[in-house]
Design a protein around this ligand. Structure first.
Ligand code: ZN
Length: 249
């Protein structure tokens, strides 16, 4: 009986430990009481109209790779149901060759992050978007958002088109990629600043110190908000829940 009782105690302690670890890593996302970031839509629309010229006509995207991960890792407290997470690059159609937002990453980096279904055709498409683009923007400087830019076969030709803030360059330098050291200039932006007609960059530090979102208003009036990793799943903005501690970085 003594042995069984000791076994039960160990089991209870183990279960409590697992429960606490689950709560800490996948339910509780960190310090509470941080006010949700408000988006001032009238101000964004006014800023989007502040530059003269034609607004973009469309927006498209390419998925370079996907993987399945628990919902709770990207939105704390949403459970262990598997969701598909994709590495996405965006192209905003403009009269001058387009604006690329986030470029995805190269096959070796995708494999290192646990992505197994890398799409080389999507990579070539994103490479050609960067080649033709008038501007290249990033939501933040994690490798899955800037990696393919840094590995572009004609990096020195395309890199002057990238809008890199000084904070973002710090993140790029931390990746220790040779091409990162070729980036000659940075440009810091106002809290909300139009970078092309209908395209506004919003400073949203959090996921990284220099994270930003991109608001797009097409010629048709349709509006988009490219949130990067600030909000990966609908639950992030519908429930106001951030990433879990497990993958917060
Ligand atoms: Zn990230």
């Amino acid at each position: 009986m003594q042995a069984v009782s000791r076994f039960s105690k160990v089991l209870i302690v183990l279960l409590i430990s697992l429960g606490l670890a689950y709560y800490w890593l996948l339910v509780n996302a960190g310090p509470g009481g941080i006010a949700a970031r408000q988006i001032d839509l009238p101000a964004l629309r006014a800023e989007a109209d502040s530059l003269s010229g034609k607004r973009p006509t469309g927006i498209t995207f390419a998925v370079l790779a996907t993987r399945s991960i628990p919902s709770a890792s990207l939105a704390a407290g949403t459970g262990l149901r598997q969701v598909t997470e994709g590495i996405v690059a965006w192209q905003i159609a403009t009269p001058k060759g387009g604006i690329v937002v986030d470029t995805g990453l190269s096959p070796a980096d995708a494999e290192a992050m646990g992505y197994s279904d890398y799409d080389p055709a999507a990579m070539r498409k994103v490479d050609s978007w960067m080649g033709a683009a008038e501007q290249i923007l990033f939501t933040h400087s994690h490798i899955d958002h800037v990696g393919r830019f840094l590995d572009h076969p004609e990096f020195d030709a395309i890199s002057p088109k990238a809008l890199v803030t000084s904070g973002m360059l710090g993140g790029i330098n931390a990746l220790w990629r040779e091409n990162g050291s070729h980036i000659a200039k940075t440009r810091n932006l106002a809290p909300i600043e139009a970078v092309a007609p209908g395209v506004v960059v919003i400073q949203t530090p959090g996921h990284t110190p220099a994270s930003q979102m991109v608001y797009v208003r097409l010629a048709s009036g349709r509006e988009y908000l490219l949130t990067g990793d600030t909000a990966s799943l609908a639950a992030n903005f519908e429930n106001g829940t951030p990433r879990s501690r497990l993958v917060a970085d």
